[in-house]
Design a protein around this ligand. Structure first.
Ligand code: ADP
Ligand code: MG
Length: 703
């Protein structure tokens, strides 16, 4: 076995050469044999079956047929010129059409002969008749009628590649050359225990079968094996990080639940905790009392009451003579947390501080002093908390709200604020499917609040087309008459910022016209306003001085205005599901019936329709996240972009949850018995893990 086989640069492969290699590198970011092997087909074409022409319907994907050409002709002029061959198999006739390469095809196929052809392509309907544009066509031969290559791989390539004959056919040829050389060159990366347990085929066999499947059954086995490999090593990496961290850092021991917690719980709790809140607080208490450093993700839908959980956790820190802080992603949200928490803690006589970008330096200095002397118990703020000058006497707990706005690096910065890293509680209002959480936050423990505080009326969501705007305005007026307040939100997408602002301003004008002063008052908030102006407008709405808040998505995060009971989302088709759900969560916080109205244009894509239907059907954030994951794939979901843990070539978190669970459990089991992967039996695993770390760095330097 050649140790370097997998690392061999692709230009060494016969049929690649420097020019093709360059394109493959540029277009696909593929440099080595290994990367070429793991550039898997994205689908397969089934060539086991020959269709009859009278079986063809428009729903079929690619079909293969056998028959004769009965006539050919070139029709039309210039741009409209096309070559049409009538193809028959005795059950019917279908047109094969070429718009390009007409001369070539005219010479290649001859009508009225005894030659039989194999035709392969995608049927489409034109003028109420089926035709196939640009089919593959070849005379019947032993090769194209035997079933050896029944499942043909189809690869992602690019336009630039196609020009250099690296279309799926050309690319297949290259991969085939490589696959024929891999015998005895693919080291096993799993232990025998795992291979036996899941009856896996070898990695080498899997590479062969994924690219050149013998049959559907072998393809399945290959897919399972390679997906398992991907998921297993990600889980192993995450779990190993976790065990290493637990070994390296002792956590502060919060041994007691004392006066602050008990006094608050018994005398000042504004409402009965939900069972989910109770359970989660217990989990947190257990972590902080275990001697290990807590790294816990608290997931809970918008409005599920995470703030209270944070507060009670903070009180446990204080009970053990530690300070605590709460970090929020925006100033508005930090202010709101500061107000809520200060108010709830009033009777406890605690010092709560607020630190945001707009705190003046004199005040800042005082704050710093109080933190260092220990006089300040709780600090609430924004990114400003991360700065090096912010030092505590003894910080024991860091709560981070709305995690996906903060990067992992920022999280780590908070670790340095005490001799040992403080406990960390991360709160996320973006419900993400369990599979994704296991992968994104696989090194964290996860708590879930899966229950809403009682007495909430589920938000009623409807979808309206722009043409119904007058009626929507009418409904809004009714609600305002009842004393309610309303959000109207416009999308703001970086690429078309200018147009978005125009939409927003046009919308603001038309609303101002439909809701005129003095009867109605309309606020507007958007990202291009100065922060004090923004704050001023926000406050007017919070205080109930305005009826309508027209905004871009700046209001997305966390703002709490219980009297706002209607959320109108403009151009809703331009928002992703999780964002729609987040926005909807801004209403439904009071006792009144709340409404969410999704406004869209009349033309909607299939995905767009499904998103609107999903929103109207359910309020369950986890269900919505599942649909979102299926629609968009994990790469586009909130928080995954910067994570780098989703380098999945084959496995799909939306579909492969069973393999993921099996892989994670296996990783847990192995680390449980052999945490440093020192057993001989686990040597291949340890080796591959080390190689993974190495290869990441190298290739990115070269490219
Ligand atoms: P989120 O999880 O979105 O951060 P919040 O903590 O802001 O939710 O809570 C939303 C609202 O629900 C707040 O007004 C809060 O006071 C209220 N709330 C929280 N817990 C309870 C409870 N157990 N019973 C009733 N209301 C609650
Ligand atoms: Mg919140």
């Amino acid at each position: 076995m050649s140790a370097n086989f997998l690392n061999t640069p692709i230009e060494y492969l016969k049929g690649v050469g420097p020019q093709k290699a360059d394109i493959i590198k540029k277009e696909l970011n593929i440099f080595s044999y290994e990367q070429l092997l793991t550039h898997y087909p994205f689908r397969y074409v089934d060539r086991t079956k020959f269709y009859k022409i009278n079986e063809i319907n428009a729903d079929l994907p690619y079909v293969q047929m056998k028959g004769k050409i009965i006539s050919t002709e070139t029709i039309g002029l210039k741009r409209a010129k096309r070559f049409v061959a009538k193809f028959s198999d005795g059950t019917g006739v279908i047109d094969l059409v070429w718009f390009q390469g007409i001369k070539w095809i005219d010479e290649k196929i001859k009508p009225n002969t005894i030659i039989e052809y194999v035709v392969f392509g995608k049927p489409a309907v034109f003028n109420n008749k089926f035709n196939i544009a640009h089919p593959e066509i070849d005379p019947v031969s032993a090769e194209n009628t035997t079933l050896a290559n029944a499942l043909q791989p189809v690869y992602h390539t690019s336009e630039k590649m196609k020009v250099r004959s690296l279309d799926t056919k050309g690319f297949s040829r290259i991969i085939k050359t490589l696959v024929l050389q891999i015998k005895n060159n693919i080291p096993e990366i799993l232990s025998k225990t795992i291979i036996d347990r899941f009856q896996l085929i070898s990695r080498e066999q899997a590479f062969v079968q994924i690219h050149l499947p013998q049959n559907a059954e072998m393809l399945k086995k290959a897919e399972f094996r390679l997906k398992f490999d991907e998921l297993f090593f990600i889980q192993l990496k995450l779990l190993k990080q976790k065990t290493t961290r637990e070994k390296t850092y002792k956590g502060y021991l919060f041994a007691t639940v004392g006066n602050y917690f008990n006094d608050f719980y018994t005398n000042h709790l504004p409402f009965e905790l939900t069972n989910a809140q109770k359970r989660v607080i217990k989990e947190i208490r257990f972590d902080m009392g275990s001697g290990k450093q807590m790294n816990r993700l608290l997931q809970g839908d918008v409005g599920s009451g995470k703030t209270l959980v944070a507060l009670m956790s903070i009180l446990i820190a204080l009970d053990n003579n530690f300070q605590a802080c709460l970090m929020a992603p925006t100033e508005i949200l930090a202010n709101q947390h500061f107000e809520t928490i200060s108010k709830m803690l009033e009777p406890l006589n605690l010092n709560v501080g607020l630190l945001t970008g707009s705190v003046k330096s004199a005040q800042r200095k005082k704050l710093h002093e109080k933190l260092q002397s220990g006089e300040m118990h709780i600090l609430i703020g924004t990114h400003a908390l991360l700065e090096d000058e912010v030092q505590f006497k003894n910080i024991g707990l860091v709560v981070i709200d709305e995690q996906h706005r903060f990067g992992v690096a920022q999280r780590a910065q908070m670790w340095k604020k005490n001799e040992q890293p403080p406990h960390v509680l991360i709160m996320s209002a973006t419900p993400i499917p369990r599979t994704l959480a296991m992968t994104l936050y696989g090194d964290l423990d996860v708590s879930v609040i899966d229950e809403m505080p009682p007495g909430r009326k589920p938000i009623q969501t409807t979808h309206k087309y722009d043409s119904n705007r007058e009626r929507v305005f009418g409904f809004m007026k009714e609600q305002i008459t009842k004393g309610r307040q309303i959000y109207v939100v416009y999308p703001l997408i970086k690429e078309s910022e200018k147009m978005d602002y125009k939409d927003l301003m046009d919308g603001y004008e038309s609303i101002s016209r439909a809701f005129p002063l003095p009867q109605y008052k309309v606020s507007i908030v958007h990202g291009q306003m100065k922060s004090d102006a923004k704050e001023f407008e926000m406050q007017r709405f919070v205080k109930g001085e305005t009826n309508i808040m027209v905004a871009t998505t700046v209001i997305e995060v966390g703002v709490n205005v219980p009297n706002a009971s209607v959320m109108v989302i403009e151009s809703a088709e331009r928002f992703g599901l999780s964002q729609l759900h987040q926005l909807r969560g801004r209403v439904g916080r009071g006792a009144e019936q709340s409404y969410c109205i999704l406004m869209t244009g009349n033309k909607l894509s299939a995905d767009g329709k499904l998103r609107m239907e999903t929103m109207c059907r359910t309020n369950d954030g986890f269900e919505i996240a599942d649909v979102d994951l299926k629609l968009r794939g994990p790469g586009d979901m909130a928080g995954t972009q910067q994570s780098g843990v989703l380098d999945l070539n084959l496995a799909d978190l939306a579909k492969d949850s069973q393999i993921l669970h099996a892989a994670r459990n296996m990783a847990l089991e192995i680390l449980g018995e052999d945490s440093n992967l020192e057993k001989t039996e686990n040597a291949p695993i340890a080796y591959h893990l080390a190689m993974m770390k190495k290869s990441k760095v190298n290739w990115s330097r070269i490219s």
